[in-house]
Design a protein around this ligand. Structure first.
Ligand code: ATP
Length: 315
């Protein structure tokens, strides 16, 4: 956690955001998510915990440079955005969300001016976390050397990279991406981000953890369900799909005027074809790409008991 010396950074951020000219490009997001809200992704969470103190005054006195940021690549619905939000919670910093799509557009030069405005805003609020969701959508045009947009994406992309490289203000960038093939290679080069993590589909143990979290998030006691059995029944499901199944079961139970039962959940699963199954080729390609390039977000090999369960109970 950052050393606050009695100051709540979130309150400061809100005040600064109020006084800043509204540019419609970044919004301050209330960071109510914590690392405990994420099922699985143990290595990524450990990394965040260990980096969390690096924004403190004592870390500065120690000579630590402020961490630059994190790139999280992975299958849709596996908790990348959730992790971005939880990062702000874990670091005790305000969270700004940037809509990259909105940076582009308008008259000539507008996109560059927009990016400058975003950087100024983030640096005025720093220390903060700047979350850029689906970053590939913003920068994909730069791969074509500007053949489609007169070079605007390339220029904005270049400015962004320079800022990432040189920034001294403690703005921790968390960028998420589903489709790495659209990202320019310079972006992925070491040194831009502190680390790049790959988020795969959750394994059985992680799915059980996600079930516990999702059931509790919707106001029910996880102990009322055998989440190990539920986890076994939903192979290839993402966290987002697990939550969608539980919501479906809640609706069915509500319509019948009762509480959800395991049977409702198993029934709802039968109506869901996991996206990873539908996009089998893309999922395999992403895994292949990530091998050796990005760190695994989950600690799958650990045989020891985690979250009160042994692997053998789940697999
Ligand atoms: P996309 O790439 O489509 O934006 P994503 O990887 O960013 O997807 P999230 O938006 O973080 O996925 O996940 C959607 C929702 O699914 C979350 O808000 C959360 O409710 C649930 N969820 C996904 N993964 C997890 C997880 N590992 N633990 C707990 N909940 C999860």
């Amino acid at each position: 956690m950052v050393e606050t010396k009695g100051i709540d950074h979130r309150v400061v951020a809100r005040e600064k955001a109020r006084t800043l000219k509204r540019n419609g490009l970044v919004e301050v997001v209330e960071a109510t998510t914590s690392l405990d809200d994420i099922g699985g992704l143990g290595l990524l969470k450990d990394w965040l915990v260990r980096r969390g103190g690096a924004f403190s005054a004592s870390a500065k006195a120690y000579g630590l440079p402020a961490p630059k940021g994190l790139l999280i690549v992975g299958i849709p619905g596996t908790g990348k955005s959730l992790t971005a939000k939880a990062t702000a919670g874990a670091f005790g910093l305000p969270l700004l969300r940037l809509d990259m799509g909105r940076v582009f557009g308008g008259i000539v030069g507008q996109s560059e001016a927009n990016l400058r405005s975003v950087i100024q805003t983030a640096e005025a609020i720093a220390p903060c976390v700047l979350w850029i969701d689906e970053i590939e959508k913003g920068f994909s045009g730069s791969k074509s050397s500007g053949s489609t947009d007169g070079g605007t994406s390339s220029r904005v992309f270049g400015s962004f990279l320079s800022w990432m490289q040189e920034k001294e203000k403690p703005v921790f960038v968390v960028a998420t991406a589903n489709d790495v093939s659209k990202l320019p290679p310079e972006f992925l080069r070491k040194g831009r981000f502190d680390e790049m993590f790959f988020v795969d589909l959750p394994d059985a143990l992680e799915r059980a953890q996600i079930w516990d979290i999702v059931i509790a998030r919707h106001g029910r006691k996880p102990t009322g369900f055998d989440t190990v059995v539920l986890a076994r029944a939903c192979e290839q499901f993402t966290g987002a799909e697990i939550e969608a199944v539980f919501i479906d079961a809640l609706h069915e139970a509500y319509a019948d005027g009762r509480e959800p039962r395991p049977k409702d959940i198993l029934e709802a699963m039968t109506h869901t074809v996991p996206l990873a199954q539908l996009m089998d080729g893309q999922t395999a390609a992403l895994r292949h790409w990530a091998k050796g390039r990005a760190r695994e977000a989950a600690s799958r090999a650990a045989p020891a008991a985690r979250n009160g369960r042994r692997m053998t109970e789940v697999n």
